[in-house]
Design a protein around this ligand. Structure first.
Ligand code: GDP
Length: 486
């Protein structure tokens, strides 16, 4: 019987009572209690499967979140304050006084990237007293519950320039970077486009400088496009330093706490997660998540990636070695451990091979290895609803594993490790179609990597190695030029 059976059986009344009794402990006070338990079951049920996180949010973070919720309720869509701020969005006037300030997140890129950038943008909103509004894109409401009580984070459909989001890019004359480049910052309007996507230029990067933040402080509407987890650069800015230290005394827990606070699977996605977990993972003594994502061209599965998975998991003792001569049947221990491997990949080949290895050969220590893969979607299909629901369910299932092996460069894996609070082993990215040596290494922290950070000292106005400025912002294990908080 899986943990979830206890949760889903019995009357609603009984289960609601059960949650109320434990409600105050849910996510260590991370989220408010003014929610309907049935509209978004995952919000209440998830901590029952996950168990408590070993990382406690600071009381300061909790109080800032409660304050943020009040702000969002006062300034969110369909409020008087929102209606009052709207003309500032429409007009090309310079910033006037406005009760509420906003940062609008544009839906962009794969799901893992989107989850990370919403979290980064939310942290930016917290630090600058702005309200975060998310562009729903094709599927946001199908994937995530509302995180803030009695309001909505979804950008209303009639938002003035919503239909033009697709046209906002690095070249847009109205972007902050281009305004700086063309020396027009004296004429900043009441809405400014912030381009922080991977192709951003040196002038766009100035957004991550204290002086430029000062300039943008009174602009009521920032519209942001990003596919980068830019949090590590916020840690290099003096203006945010003391606040970040108070919010996150344990620095590597930023995405862990914010991710758990913000991203609750909707009931259909929770169904995908729950049914899979109960059917295949709940009974295991240990759950090992292996996320396989390759960026090589050509048709996989690639033999060097398979070798890498086997080499990493055996070398690091994550999975038992097998006796390929098959002679150890008689040595079975009385109480063998059942270890479930949850593999996620766009292709089926890797998990089939791993399953065969443990079917065709006995393990030396007698452990029983079961290998499962929920889907194999073959290629990325970001525009499809069920495809993204499966992707989200799989990231979440990985996050429920006790041990994680992830693929270099992949935000899909970063989401799983952060939500799960697990420091993964990272499979290095293969070069020249050969298995890397060593095949993997343990990450420095569970924080995601900022793939394209600026290399600029804003004060000295010259290039520097931003991975060598403070001890808690370092280069990533999987991308040498990236930055992560450790
Ligand atoms: P990244 O490209 O690895 O950084 O991760 P993203 O999530 O941003 O984009 C990859 C997209 O490809 C996902 O959102 C899914 O749509 C799809 N995808 C990649 N790997 C998997 C997988 O293991 N399972 C599923 N269901 N989808 C995947």
């Amino acid at each position: 019987v899986g943990v979830l059976e206890n949760l889903t059986s019995g009357s609603n009344e009984g289960s609601d009572r059960h949650f109320d009794a434990q409600g105050s402990d849910l996510l260590d006070g991370l989220f408010a209690r003014e929610f309907d338990t049935k509209k978004c079951a995952s919000r209440f049920h998830s901590s029952m499967i996950r168990g408590a996180s070993p990382y406690k949010p600071s009381s300061y973070l909790i109080s800032r979140l409660r304050d943020y919720e009040k702000l969002h309720k006062r300034c969110g869509p369909r409020t008087t304050a929102y209606d009052q701020a709207m003309p500032q969005m429409k007009s090309s006037s310079s910033p006037g006084s406005s009760e509420c300030k906003y940062v609008v997140w544009i839906s962009y890129s794969g799901l893992g990237n989107r989850i990370l950038t919403v979290a980064a943008t939310f942290l930016y909103a917290l630090l600058t007293d702005r309200v975060l509004l998310v562009d729903p894109g094709n599927d946001f409401p199908d994937l995530f519950c509302e995180p803030f009580p009695e309001t909505s984070w979804l950008l209303p459909e009639d938002f003035p320039i919503r239909k033009q989001f697709d046209r906002l890019n690095q070249k847009s004359a109205a972007s902050y970077g281009n305004m700086v480049k063309n020396k027009q910052t004296g004429r900043l309007q009441s809405h400014v486009y912030i381009h922080l996507a991977h192709d951003y230029g040196d002038h766009d990067k100035l957004f991550l400088c204290d002086e430029d933040q000062k300039r943008l402080e009174n602009v009521p509407w920032l519209i942001m496009r990003t596919d980068n987890y830019f949090v590590p650069s916020l840690f290099l800015m003096q203006s945010f330093e003391s606040e970040l230290n108070k919010l996150f005394p344990q620095k590597e827990t930023i995405f862990h706490h914010l991710g758990r606070y913000l991203f609750h699977p909707t009931n259909p996605v929770w169904g995908l997660i729950r049914r899979y977990y109960d059917a295949y993972l709940a009974k295991a003594d240990q759950r090992i998540g292996i996320q396989v994502r390759t960026f090589d061209t050509g048709n996989g599965p690639f033999p060097y990636v398979m070798d890498q998975i086997l080499s990493c998991t055996q070398r690091e003792n994550l999975l038992p070695k097998v006796d390929s001569r098959g002679s150890s049947v008689a040595d079975q221990p009385e109480d063998p451990k059942l270890r479930a491997v949850l593999m996620t990949s766009l292709l089926l080949g890797y998990s089939e091979k791993l399953r065969d290895v443990y079917w065709q050969n006995p393990t030396f220590n007698g452990d029983v290895i079961a290998v499962y893969q929920p889907s194999h979607e073959e290629f990325q299909q970001t525009e499809k609803k069920l495809h993204n629901q499966k992707a989200w369910a799989e990231m979440y299932l990985l996050s429920l594993c006790d041990v994680l092996v992830t693929s270099a460069w992949s935000t899909f894996g970063y989401v799983a490790q952060g939500l799960g609070g697990k420091t993964p082993w990272i499979l290095y990215k293969p070069e020249n179609r050969t298995m890397p040596d060593p095949p993997c290494r343990r990450a420095l922290s569970m924080e995601p990597c900022f793939h394209a950070p600026p290399y600029y000292d804003c004060k000295a106005k010259k290039g520097i190695d931003t991975g060598a400025v403070v001890p808690h912002v370092r280069h990533c294990e999987d991308i040498s030029w990236g930055l992560k908080v450790v």
